[in-house]
Design a protein around this ligand. Structure first.
Ligand code: ZN
Ligand code: ZN
Length: 338
């Protein structure tokens, strides 16, 4: 099969690669679309240490089952599927409780980090265990389905956050995940969603946008919330200033959900958190929300097509990685088509 192989940091080749051999509980998926994730872009230059070459990256994919191994039940060739980006073990203490995102033995597809190397979906075929497979609704395209991981991050973050239906939420961060959080909040029935900065947010369900460089933004948040601040705020950036901003925006007794982590460490306004009795919530990946997310996309409650910038063939992968790595403005999700 053809695969896009990271041969060396910053250097790709599309070349012949062995079709993955199946374990008894695995299926072979013919990949129809696979998204380039930020973690792939940061991984290709060696800065994260999680894409040690040679590796076939790619964990945000959808396709059809081409082959099923001996112990697989309930799936057959031709089934349209997507799968969790994380291969959880299904057996550890966390998996037993449904916290598959916290699995002790989690392995991400398309990652090679010293502990393990698991080839991913920038290839014609990828091997996936049955327990992380999900069936696609008939009206969902492969391209839409390849966006489900990002949607699930947003939906999981919203699920982890206590929020009354008449609540007001603020989303800080205008990247794709931030805009998906806006949509997930609306889909969950949150009455008012304020987003800072981007006009697209209005189209996707925000009721107000604020500019981060507007010195009076906090006054505007308070004016909208009886002087109290928002009930819940989502930090979808992960920088010291935005974490501070997010915490300032919340009312006493409110919650701050931390999604972004561009920096591994930030200063925390400890006294504000303690004396205002804030709840800080960390959230990572997702845990079983895929079926719900696929329905949200299929029903149009969450729009993902706004974020798909290009769908080039796998053979053009290297140049698209380059453009994403250079931070080309306006470029959001690129889906490679093997
Ligand atoms: Zn990803
Ligand atoms: Zn586990």
């Amino acid at each position: 099969m053809k695969a896009l192989v990271l041969k060396d940091y910053g250097r790709f080749a599309v070349e012949d690669f062995p079709v993955p051999e199946l374990q008894p509980d695995e299926v072979l998926v013919r990949v129809r679309a696979c998204g380039i994730c930020g973690s792939d872009v940061h991984g290709m230059d060696g800065s994260t240490g999680r894409r040690i070459p040679p590796i076939v990256m790619g964990h945000e994919a959808a396709g059809e089952i081409a082959e099923v191994s001996g112990a697989v039940t309930g799936w057959k060739p031709g089934d349209r599927v997507t799968f969790d980006s994380t291969v959880s073990c299904g057996e550890c203490w966390f998996c037993q409780r449904g916290n598959v995102n916290l699995c002790e033995n989690r392995r991400v597809l398309g990652v090679s980090c010293g502990e393990y190397r698991r080839h991913g979906a920038f290839a014609e075929f990828v091997a996936v265990p049955q327990r992380i497979l999900y069936r696609l609704p008939d009206n969902l395209s492969f391209d839409q389905a390849a966006m489900v991981e990002a949607v699930s991050v947003a939906v999981h973050a919203v699920k982890r956050t206590p929020l009354a239906a008449d609540g007001v939420a603020l989303v800080v961060g205008t990247g794709m995940i931030g805009l998906l959080v806006v949509q997930a909040l609306r889909a969950a029935g949150c009455a008012e969603v304020i987003e800072n900065r981007l006009r697209l947010a209005l189209k996707l369900g925000a009721t107000q946008i604020l500019r981060a460089d507007d010195a009076t933004w906090l006054d505007k948040v308070r004016a909208r919330t009886g002087g109290r601040g928002v009930d819940a705020a989502f930090e979808v950036v992960g920088l010291p200033q935005t974490v501070k901003t997010t915490i300032e925006s919340v009312r006493k007794g409110g919650s701050v959900t931390l999604v972004g982590n561009l920096k591994p460490q930030v200063d925390l306004p400890l006294q504000a958190v303690v004396t205002r009795e804030l709840t800080l919530i960390g959230t990572c990946a997702s845990a079983g929300e895929y079926p719900e997310c696929l329905e949200l996309i299929a029903s149009g409650k969450i729009n993902v097509t706004e974020f798909i910038s290009a769908t080039p063939p796998l053979a053009e992968g290297a140049q698209w990685f380059e453009r994403l790595h250079a931070g080309e403005p306006g470029l959001m999700k690129v889906l490679l088509k093997p």
